[in-house]
Design a protein around this ligand. Structure first.
Ligand SMILES: C[S@@+](CC[C@H](N)C(=O)[O-])C[C@H]1O[C@@H](n2cnc3c(N)ncnc32)[C@H](O)[C@@H]1O
Ligand code: SF4
Length: 376
C-alpha cells in the first residue's frame, strides 16, 4: 500500500503562523501545472507498482485549482500508477474558496474527502492569524460541503493561540462538534522560524500562553472529543468510527509515499528524498528532466528512530515484537530500558508488548520520542 502527495504551493495571502512552502498569488500557475504532470510521469516507477490507496492534494491552497485542473492531474496519476479500487482522494480547501458550484464540479473529479482549514470559529483569532476567511464563512462552507455529498470531511483547528484560554477553546470545539464534522486535526500553535508570529514574539508584541493554560486546552481536546465519540488515533488527529484518514495513517505506518511538487517529501522504506524548496529551480529542473532534490539513505538506526517517531504518535503504539523482528534484540532492549522511567511516572503504558503514550505523555510526546532514540 502506498500514497501520493501533491503539493500546491500557492496562497492568496500568508497566515502569520505558517512556514509551509508557498508563494503569494497565482503567477506561474500554468508552468507549475505542466511541471507536476511531467514530474508524475518522470517518477512513475518510484512506487514500483505498489497499490496506491490514497492521494492527497495539500498546500498551500489546493482549492485555488479549478476542478478541471484537479481532474487533469488525477487522470495522469491513474495513467501512470496502480491505483486501488477505492482510493481515498483528499483535497485541502480554504473556507472562502467554497461555493456550491465548486463543490458540484469537484464531484466529477474523483475527490472523495475534503480537509478544511478552519483554525478558529472566532473572528478576532482569524484576524490575529491573518486568515482570509471569517467565522461565518467557515460555518457556511462546512454546511455546504456536508450538504453537497462530501460526507468524508476533516477540519483543522489551532489551539494555544495568543490570548486563548480553556473557555474559548471549549467553545471552538463545541461549534466544531455541533457541525458534525467527522474528522478533526487539532494542532497546538508552534512558533516557526521566519514567520510573522515568531517575529512578533521576539519583539514582545505577542506572548506565549503559560504551560498550564496549554495543558488545560489539550486536556479539554482529549476529553471533549472522547465524549463526542471521536477516536484519538494520533496526537493531533481524531476521528468518528470509519473516518480515520488512510493517507495520514500511511505516513505513520511507514508505508511508501511519493511527494510531487516543490518541497514535497518522498519515502520508500529505504531512503527519503525532498524536492527543492525553490519555485524557479523546481520548475527548471523538471523541465530538463533533472529534478532538483536531496536524498538520504536510511541506516538501520535511522529506520528504528523513524519507527519510534511514527508509531508512538499513534494509538497503534510501538510494538516490541516488530522492533525485535525488524531491528534485532539490541534495539528492543534499548527501547524498553529507555521507556522504563516514563512507564513509572505515568507518561507511557506497556500492555501486551505494545508501548503507548498516556494522555499526560501525549502532551510532552516530542521529548519522550527523542529520549527513546538510538543515538550514534
Ligand atoms: C498545510 S496547512 C494548510 C491548509 C490550508 N492551506 C489552510 O490554510 O487552510 C495544514 C494545517 O496545518 C496547521 N498549521 C500550519 N502551521 C501551523 C503552526 N505553526 N502551528 C500550528 N498549526 C499549524 C493549520 O491548522 C493548517 O490548516
Ligand atoms: S496556513 Fe494554509 S492558507 Fe495560510 S499560508 Fe499556510 S498554506 Fe497558505
Amino acid at each position: 500500500m502506498a500514497g501520493i502527495y501533491i503539493h500546491i504551493p500557492f496562497c492568496k495571502k500568508k497566515c502569520y503562523y505558517c512556514d509551509f512552502f508557498t508563494q503569494i498569488g497565482l503567477k506561474y500557475k500554468e508552468d507549475f501545472l505542466r511541471a507536476i504532470l511531467l514530474e508524475l510521469e518522470q517518477r512513475k516507477n518510484y512506487l514500483e507498482s505498489e497499490s496506491v490507496e490514497s492521494i492527497y492534494f495539500g498546500g498551500g491552497t489546493p482549492s485555488l485549482l479549478s476542478s478541471d485542473e484537479i481532474k487533469t492531474i488525477l487522470e495522469i496519476i491513474y495513467k501512470n500508477f496502480n491505483i486501488s479500487e477505492y482510493p481515498e482522494i483528499t483535497l485541502e480547501v480554504n473556507p472562502d474558496d467554497i461555493t456550491v458550484q465548486y463543490l458540484t464540479n469537484l464531484k466529477y473529479t474523483g475527490i472523495n474527502r475534503i480537509s478544511i482549514g478552519i483554525q478558529s470559529f472566532f473572528d478576532d483569532d482569524l484576524v490575529v492569524m491573518n486568515r482570509r476567511h471569517t467565522a461565518e464563512q467557515a460555518h457556511r462552507s462546512v454546511e455546504q460541503i456536508l450538504a453537497n455529498g462530501f460526507t468524508n470531511l476533516s477540519g483543522d483547528l489551532i489551539y494555544g493561540l495568543p490570548n486563548s484560554d480553556p473557555c474559548k477553546w471549549s467553545k471552538n470545539l463545541e461549534t466544531f462538534f455541533d457541525l458534525k464534522i467527522p474528522h478533526l486535526s487539532a494542532y497546538h500553535l508552534s512558533y516557526e522560524q521566519n514567520t510573522v508570529f515568531s517575529k512578533l514574539l521576539k519583539t514582545g508584541k505577542l506572548s506565549l500562553i503559560d504551560e498550564e493554560n496549554s495543558l488545560n486546552q489539550f486536556s479539554i481536546l482529549c476529553d471533549e472529543s472522547r465524549k463526542r465519540g471521536y477516536e484519538h488515533y494520533e496526537i493531533s488527529n481524531f476521528a468518528l468510527p470509519g473516518f480515520i484518514s488512510l493517507h495520514n495513517s500511511a505516513y505513520w505506518m511507514q508505508k511508501s509515499y511519493l511527494g510531487i511538487g516543490p518541497s514535497a517529501h518522498s519515502y520508500n522504506c529505504v531512503s527519503r528524498s525532498w524536492n527543492i524548496s525553490d519555485f524557479k529551480k523546481y520548475l527548471e529542473g523538471i523541465f530538463i528532466n533533472q529534478r532538483n532534490y536531496q536524498h538520504e539513505i536510511l541506516s538501520e538506526s535511522d529506520r528504528y528512530n523513524e519507527y519510534i517517531i511514527t508509531s508512538l504518535r499513534t494509538h497503534w503504539g510501538v510494538n516490541f515484537q516488530t522492533i525485535e523482528e525488524n531491528f534485532g534484540k539490541m534495539y528492543s532492549e534499548l527501547c524498553l530500558n529507555k521507556s522504563k522511567k516514563y512507564i513509572q511516572n505515568g507518561n507511557l503504558m506497556l500492555n501486551n508488548n505494545i508501548l503507548n503514550l498516556t494522555q499526560e505523555g501525549k502532551f510532552i510526546s516530542d521529548k519522550i520520542i527523542e529520549d527513546l532514540f538510538y543515538m550514534k
